[in-house]
Ligand binder design. Structure first.
Ligand code: SF4
Length: 238
């Protein structure tokens, strides 16, 4: 099954900029951006980010507010702050043995860095990869990581897998089976997440009086370290 997958990936795999590097910092940037944002939206932002801050040291030298501002539009802005904090830790003390000690780096992201940057045989299992593993019942090695991600994003999708075009169809026990996944995330429109995003967008443009903003959203952003409130004025952190 693995050889079928790798032949397919050799001709059909997506050419993504983070697949052309083994720099752990660049992999970290891509993985944090990809955590909640679609690949197509991440590509130009990833390129712009690395042009602006090509190394962890360069990012560490910038104020966190710049990182938050640069992140605008990607959503889940705490990721920007975590990335900035991680860059400062790496710039100060190097990459830790246990990568999950870095802010924002959970077991999946740590596995991705170990696999894509350090070439270790650790398979990073995101939702797409997990779905393919479950449906095929096969254990793939880490060399198949990118191919599994592409297969899970294109053919072996959650709701209606396109088994008729899948390179693994001849060996897959789940071929033709449909699932009805539970929708986990509520709508963004009208949500508290939207109020936070809108408030942060305003503050990213310029400082605002607290009284002119959605205070509940401000306090939540403040708790996450995404904004600072001083003397009734809300601004990005210095
Ligand atoms: S045959 Fe269908 S269920 Fe099996 S891996 Fe391919 S797309 Fe997924």
């Amino acid at each position: 099954m693995e050889s079928l997958l790798s032949s397919w990936y050799a001709t059909e795999g997506r050419d993504l900029p983070w697949r052309r590097t083994n720099d752990p910092y660049a992999i970290l940037v891509s993985e944090l951006m990809l955590q909640q944002t679609q690949v197509e939206r991440v590509v130009p932002r990833y390129i712009a980010w690395l042009e602006r801050w090509p190394t962890a040291e360069a990012l560490a030298a910038a104020p966190p507010g710049d990182a938050i501002r640069e992140w605008q539009g990607l959503g889940y802005n705490r990721r920007a702050l975590n990335l900035h904090r991680a860059a400062r830790e790496v710039a100060d003390a190097g990459w830790p043995e246990d990568l999950t000690e870095l802010p924002g780096v959970g077991p999946y992201t740590a596995a991705a860095i170990r696999c894509f940057a350090y070439g270790e045989n650790v398979l990073p299992v995101d939702v797409n990869v997990a779905r393919v593993l479950r449906r095929t019942g096969h254990s793939f090695s880490a060399t198949s990581a990118q191919a599994l991600m592409d297969l899970g994003a294109t053919f072996c999708v959650a709701r209606t897998p396109r088994c008729e075009r899948c390179p693994l169809a001849s060996l897959c026990p789940s071929r033709g089976v449909r699932e009805h996944p539970v929708r986990k995330q509520g709508p963004f429109e009208g949500s508290f997440r939207q109020r936070r995003a809108e408030t942060l967008r305003l503050v990213s443009g310029s400082s605002h009086a607290l009284a002119a903003l959605d205070e509940e959203a401000v306090r939540s952003l403040e708790r996450d370290g995404l904004v600072a409130v001083r003397a009734g004025v809300v601004a990005l952190p210095d």
